[in-house]
Design a protein around this ligand. Sequence first.
Ligand SMILES: [Fe+2]
Ligand SMILES: [Fe+2]
Length: 206
Amino acid sequence: MIVAASIVDLFERQGREIQLRDGVSQREHALQAAALAEAEGAAPPLVLAALLHDIGHLLAQACDGADAHRKSALPHEQIGAGWLAPLFGPAITEPVRLHVEAKRYLCALEPGYAKQFPEASLQRLAIQGGPLTRSEIRDFQENPYHRAAVWLRRIDDRACDVSRVQVPGFEHYGERLEAALVSRRLALETACRRGRLAGAGYCQPC
Ligand SMILES: [Fe+2]
Ligand SMILES: [Fe+2]
């Protein structure tokens, strides 16, 4: 309950402060992405991945101030996935971690894909490494969550629409957030009891 409320509070506070293109904030971007995922029949974990995919930007800003995500040594998808990993299962955290790599993957495979991006996004793509190489494509495809990451990416690309204001708020996802948190906690406790996480730093609270 407290964790879910803290996540929502982060989006409500920091998310409103970070503006994306066309005056859409990170808060609105998250809600648009989750609404698109739900409308297109995504499984519950992918709906939550869509909601949380850019949490790394918010965490960086909450810790270090407005320019933090530019100063941070880690890219936002790794900050976000790393923070979420003890709280949610890989069906949520892996698409979050891979959503930038999925963009690079689509740039490599679909010649027209990058044409939708404005100049600033193309510059960011170059900094992120540009299209994946052949060996990077193979590595990406070996990840069992790569299709989910591509789905999330295509949603991400459309979730910055100033005309799409009628989307559900965070309360719409409250029960699913709680269920995912409980499911992860039970999985970690079970793994702890079986000794699988000994030495990994997870077992101390059990
Ligand atoms: Fe992102
Ligand atoms: Fe995004």
